[in-house]
Write a protein that binds this ligand. Structure first.
Ligand SMILES: NC(=O)c1ccc[n+]([C@@H]2O[C@H](COP(=O)([O-])OP(=O)(O)OC[C@H]3O[C@@H](n4cnc5c(N)ncnc54)[C@H](O)[C@@H]3O)[C@@H](O)[C@H]2O)c1
Length: 260
């Protein structure tokens, strides 16, 4: 039975990825690894198994992947390293163009970059030829930003590691790609919008103003947008695609000239 492991798959982009992998029939079942599991939507509940673990913790990841492979099969077909982001307090500290505390910097890098290594190290050796990995980076990993320096550095690291891993696993027939989402109103943006906008009441308006300011297509992105792209990258339609990063961002990474 062909199955995927999706980290951070309990909500947000991760749940969008789970839905799309099943909907597009890339896999028959999905194992979600999340530190805060939530019941999956009833339409897919029978096809999703949840495992509680923190992706930054080696021992917890080893245990979770042992449990998953014992239950669903020795060889996962797909791995989506999606868990990441940050927390309200971290966003507050990076709001201005100022120095993050070293502790906050480390937390961002641990959650967004080190976790991708920790999970891949556990899962990739169990994958067979034909397998696919997709890492969730961010537009922040492609563009310079005056805020969220540690998040951006970690997401850029994810892109670098994606390319390295694609080379390392190429001979084994395993493809590795990354998606760089743009602006999606998940819990991350509820908290980031509140931090940047000066309170919960301003979160959505701050998000919408950002969309208006930086998205050439003028619209926000959705979890379905990201899910479909990840599902395609992990499917045999992308059999000759590896080491790539695909921005799903309405054109944000094109940049826009400040003159003219
Ligand atoms: N929302 C956006 O606009 C946006 C843009 C670019 C990239 N991203 C990236 O997309 C990914 C998903 O973000 P989201 O917007 O869906 O956020 P979210 O906060 O809604 O979902 C994150 C999920 O990951 C889980 N998680 C967090 N830390 C974990 C840990 N240590 N161990 C296990 N699970 C953990 C959470 O419980 C949650 O289910 C992240 O990597 C984020 O950086 C999001």
């Amino acid at each position: 039975m062909k199955y995927a492991i999706v980290t951070g798959g309990a909500r947000g982009l991760g749940l969008g990825i789970v839905n799309a992998l099943l909907d597009e029939k890339v896999v028959e079942k999905v194992a979600v690894i999340d530190r805060e599991l939530a019941p999956p939507p009833s339409a897919i509940a029978e096809l999703v198994d949840g495992f509680t673990a923190d992706v930054t913790d080696e021992q917890q990841m080893h245990r979770a992947v042992e449990e998953i492979t014992a239950k669903l099969g020795k060889h996962p077909a797909v791995l989506c390293n999606n868990a990441g982001g940050g927390e309200r307090a971290w966003f507050e500290s990076g709001r201005k163009q100022e120095w993050d505390s070293v502790a906050t910097w480390r937390r961002y890098v641990d959650l967004n970059l080190n976790s991708v290594y920790i999970v891949s190290k556990e899962v990739a050796p169990r994958m067979k030829s034909g397998g696919a990995i997709c890492n969730t980076s961010s537009i922040a990993g492609l563009l310079a930003t005056p805020v969220l320096a540690a998040y951006a550095a970690a997401k850029a690291g994810v892109i670098s590691y994606t390319k390295t891993l694609a080379l390392q696993l190429g001979a084994a027939g395993i493809r590795v790609n990354a998606v760089a989402p743009g602006l999606i109103y998940t819990k991350i943006w509820e908290e980031l919008g509140a931090a940047l906008g000066g309170g919960d009441a301003n979160a959505r308006a701050t998000f919408e103003a950002t969309v208006k300011q930086i998205v050439p297509l003028g619209r926000e992105q959705t979890v379905e947008d990201i899910g479909r792209t990840v599902a395609w990258l992990c499917s045999d339609h992308a059999i000759n695609v590896t080491g790539q990063v695909i921005a799903v961002d309405g054109g944000i990474v094109l940049g826009s000239p400040r003159v003219g």
